[in-house]
Ligand binder design. Structure first.
Ligand code: ZN
Length: 121
């Protein structure tokens, strides 16, 4: 069992970095980055076990986007039940009176989106 993956970035092997140079003499190449599995302890579901950096991740997504969305297509909008709460409170703004700024109170409204427990967990 291998503990390494090759970066899945479609252009990884074309980036001009010293870390990709392999070979000797006149037989040098730029090689795809080898990634140690678990290097970030599963951060972001282990996505960085397959891509050496964000540029390679997006190259892969751009190339394979149609196949990726075909895995779990979204055919209709999802909805989350919510409740809107409006609450009045005293606030202030500053108005310029020609020479300096004057603090002016006003009644402001705070709008908050609240979760609704729909029994689906
Ligand atoms: Zn890469």
């Amino acid at each position: 069992m291998s503990n390494y993956n090759w970066c899945h970035g479609t252009n990884c092997h074309t980036n001009h970095t010293q870390s990709r140079v392999r070979g000797s003499g006149d037989n040098k190449v730029l090689r795809t980055i080898k990634i140690k599995q678990g290097r970030y302890n599963g951060y972001q579901n282990g996505i960085w076990d397959y891509f050496c950096n964000q540029s390679c991740l997006f190259d892969y997504i751009r190339t394979h986007i149609q196949s990726i969305v075909a895995i779990a297509p979204r055919r209709k909008a999802l909805e989350t039940p919510i409740k809107i709460e409006k609450e009045k409170y005293e606030s202030h703004r500053y108005r310029h009176n020609g020479t300096d700024y004057q603090r002016v109170p006003y009644q402001a409204t705070r709008t908050t989106i609240k979760r609704v427990d729909n029994g689906n967990g």
